[in-house]
Design a protein around this ligand. Structure first.
Ligand code: ZN
Length: 81
């Protein structure tokens, strides 16, 4: 995994592909996440990490948003302050 960090573009691809599997609340990859080919058809899943129900698309959108914010170095947008 350390090797991937040296290749920004590759890391980007890898991390983007996990946006549907990562818990948008805790940032973890819980055991109950939709994995592999079977996971592609799953619309929503119960997170074993936080106990919440994550809609696949909403969860992915939140993860992308979280990623964008951490990359920009801002915890919140001006509108949310
Ligand atoms: Zn969760």
């Amino acid at each position: 995994m350390q090797r991937l960090l040296k290749h920004g573009a590759w890391l980007e691809d890898v991390s983007e592909s996990y946006t549907t599997q990562t818990c948008s609340d805790g940032g973890a990859l819980p055991d109950s996440r939709p994995k592999g080919v079977a996971g592609l058809g799953i619309r929503s899943w119960v997170c074993s990490q936080c106990g919440g129900v994550h809609d696949r698309d909403v969860n992915a959108a939140k993860n992308i948003l979280n990623k964008f914010r951490s990359r920009a170095g801002h915890g919140m947008t001006n509108a949310e302050r």
